[in-house]
Design a protein around this ligand. Structure first.
Ligand code: FES
Length: 256
């Protein structure tokens, strides 16, 4: 983990309130695992807490990485007003991402994402494709207006979409997409809200390798403040920290 003033290479609005931000810096060399996140200071003195944002993709050769975030409040609004050449105080990469070492060529991986949980799955998919894994994406959004990265995911592998109102892909949620799927996965990777993660956990209870990336409120982002604690099933006194032990956990490992 490093802390660095990274330079903004470019910023673009992908959909209403959803922004793609490309950053350059030495810190990119440390990025080796999809699913980790950056902890970014808001460049405004009255906003003290850093914002955790997952890494969408990285390229160690060019020293650049991309994050995609949704404007949710004052901090992310400040990010959205920055442009090329501005600097950001970034800590990272942080957390434990997706484990893909066990997968081999010819395995089938389902990659499941919803809404603002979709970004970190992009680098994951790229890494799995490099290994020769057969990937299928299942991506859910609220409505066609807020769909982003559809072409990017389709360029990597077969992709199925759902929207709540049926304006893009199947009408319904990602659970409906998964129920309609006939193939059986070797492993499942998911990132999204708790409802989506619970659906994945239930549908693939028989699969050994199901990895879920949890969304949690964070403060320090590095294991010091206990703001992001989750409990462990059947062990009342045990807990894990989403920022340090996660955000990715095996299904059944934590209560959320
Ligand atoms: Fe502080 Fe996780 S955010 S311990």
């Amino acid at each position: 983990m490093k802390q660095e003033m990274m330079t903004i290479v470019r910023q673009k609005e992908l959909a209403p309130r959803i922004y793609e931000l490309v950053l350059a810096g030495e810190l990119v060399k440390e990025m080796k695992m999809p699913g980790q996140f950056l902890h970014i200071r808001v460049p405004r003195n009255d906003l003290l807490l850093r914002r955790p944002i997952s890494i969408n993709q990285y390229d160690r050769e060019t020293g650049t990485c991309t994050i995609i975030y949704r404007v949710e409040g004052e901090g992310t609004k400040v990010f959205s007003e920055l442009s090329a050449g501005d600097l950001l105080d970034v800590m990272g990469p942080l957390g434990h991402g997706f484990e893909i070492n066990e997968l081999k060529s010819g395995d089938t991986a389902f990659i499941v994402g919803g809404g603002i949980g979709v970004p970190p799955l992009y680098q994951l998919s790229k890494e799995l494709k490099k290994k020769g894994v057969n990937v299928i994406h299942f991506l859910g959004f609220g409505t066609s207006e807020v769909v982003y990265y559809a072409e990017e995911f389709e360029a990597l592998a077969e992709t199925r979409f759902s929207t709540d109102d049926g304006t893009f892909g199947l009408q319904g949620n990602v659970g409906n997409l998964l129920l309609a799927e006939k193939k059986q996965p070797t492993a499942v990777f998911a990132c999204g809200n708790n409802g989506l993660l619970k659906t994945v956990e239930q549908l693939y209870a028989e699969i050994d390798n199901v990895q879920l990336s949890l969304e949690a409120r964070m403060a320090c982002g590095m294991g010091a403040c206990y703001a992001c604690v989750c409990h462990v099933p059947e062990a009342e006194n045990q807990s894990v920290k989403v920022c340090e032990d996660g955000p990715v956990f095996q299904a059944g490992e934590v209560i959320f």
